[in-house]
Ligand binder design. Structure first.
Ligand SMILES: NC(=O)C1=CN([C@@H]2O[C@H](COP(=O)(O)OP(=O)(O)OC[C@H]3O[C@@H](n4cnc5c(N)ncnc54)[C@H](O)[C@@H]3O)[C@@H](O)[C@H]2O)C=CC1
Ligand SMILES: NCC(=O)COP(=O)(O)O
Length: 342
């Protein structure tokens, strides 16, 4: 990779009272072949760096600037001003708009192709809602900003990738949300992006049932018979390899996962408990279906660790690596396509 082809990646700092700022500063000390631009408050970075004893040169840039390859202990920053002073660990609804502004800026630069990908540090969904803005997550926020009708949340660690049919919704609403239309479009996005972004020609997807024992032939719930099985049959008829619906309680055993590229879980905790059990702190959250590349950490704001130096940057490092890999894969595909059409 020559410096000219190094991906440019934007990182948003997330909730200012959380560990997002800390782990970005920690990662800045490392060496990696990328161009990095932080989107967030330069004052906040300066204050937290002092608190953590991290020596870092912070350089304010604009969208017109060319970003050089990353050098350890240096960060280029698109400054988004805070609305209020920040005390690590203490949430303040006054800064919710600041957080949303960082996400809006990141989406704009990615959609317009100024940067190749977005990596997000964690936000606090509760405080944004407390500030009066209905917000269920980056996934849904970026879907709305980019007018994307169907996005899919997928977390990956090592060989396990888990995608979700429903994301941040109350458990009581899950069954009603598992409609044939939604399930089919989630499967199509997952299948297409496993091919496009992960270079899997014929992905093998293991689909969980919703009910205990995948409904036990309708005796323990009817969603499998009425929704899941018909949709899987329709998609299989097009050649997709879809295994299931399988009982979710044994879907994540090593035997069950052999030869599987991704598991499709029906709801958040069905998929993310086993995923985080395997690799919490090392996994990556990827939004499939977006017109931009977006990855994130697998953890939250960990308010109690902010400013202590105890937060680990491993998941953020993995999220950067994963975004860069997807960018390079896309660049190679575009180059091949250009050569084919010459
Ligand atoms: N990508 C995102 O924006 C995400 C945001 N969240 C938000 O974060 C907030 C807090 O969520 P919680 O359920 O408490 O989860 P959490 O992930 O913040 O904390 C769970 C446990 O893991 C520890 N932990 C988390 N990240 C760590 C790190 N990098 N290094 C060392 N230890 C770490 C925490 O100290 C805590 O004990 C919520 O508002 C939630 O919505 C949660 C997950 C992802
Ligand atoms: N459980 C994953 C999570 O909360 C992160 O969601 P998002 O902010 O990436 O949509």
């Amino acid at each position: 990779m020559t410096p000219a082809t190094l991906p440019t990646i934007a990182i948003t700092l997330g909730e200012p009272a959380g560990i997002g700022v800390d782990i970005v500063l920690m990662l800045a000390r490392e060496n990696f072949p990328l161009r990095l631009v932080v989107i967030g408050s330069i004052d906040l970075l300066r204050q937290r760096a002092t608190l953590l004893g991290i020596k870092v040169e912070l350089i304010a840039v604009t969208l017109q600037d060319i970003i050089p390859p990353h050098c350890p202990n240096q960060l280029f920053v698109i400054n988004i001003p805070l609305n209020a002073e920040v005390t690590p660990g203490v949430l303040n609804p006054a800064n919710a708009e600041y957080v949303l502004n960082t996400l809006r800026a990141a989406a704009i630069v990615a959609v317009h192709g100024l940067f190749d990908a977005i990596v997000t540090a964690p936000v606090h969904k509760g405080i944004i809602n407390a500030a009066g803005v209905s917000f269920s997550g980056h996934t849904e926020f970026f879907a709305a900003l980019t007018n994307t009708p169907q996005v899919v949340m997928m977390l990956a660690t090592g060989k396990l990738s888990v995608a979700l049919v429903t994301t941040h919704v109350p458990l009581a609403q899950v069954s009603a949300l598992i409609t044939p239309a939604r399930l089919e479009s989630v499967i199509r996005v997952l299948y297409t992006d496993l091919q496009r972004k992960f270079a899997l020609n014929a992905p093998r997807i293991l689909v969980c049932g919703l009910n205990p024992h995948a409904g036990e032939n309708g005796h323990l719930g009817r969603e499998e018979m009425e929704v899941i099985i018909p949709v899987l049959e329709k998609c299989r008829a097009e050649g997709m390899v879809l295994i299931g619906p399988v009982a979710a309680d044994t879907a994540f055993t090593d035997a069950s996962l052999t030869g599987i590229d991704a598991v499709l879980a029906m709801y958040h905790d069905q998929g993310l408990i086993p995923l985080k059990q395997r690799g919490f702190g090392e996994a990556v959250n990827i939004t499939l279906g977006l017109p931009i590349i977006r990855t994130s950490v697998d953890h939250g704001t960990a308010l109690e660790l902010a400013g202590t130096g105890q937060a680990k940057p491993n998941s953020l490092r993995a999220a950067l690596h994963s975004a860069a890999t997807m960018v390079l894969r896309q660049q190679q595909k575009e180059t091949r396509h250009a050569m084919d059409t010459m």
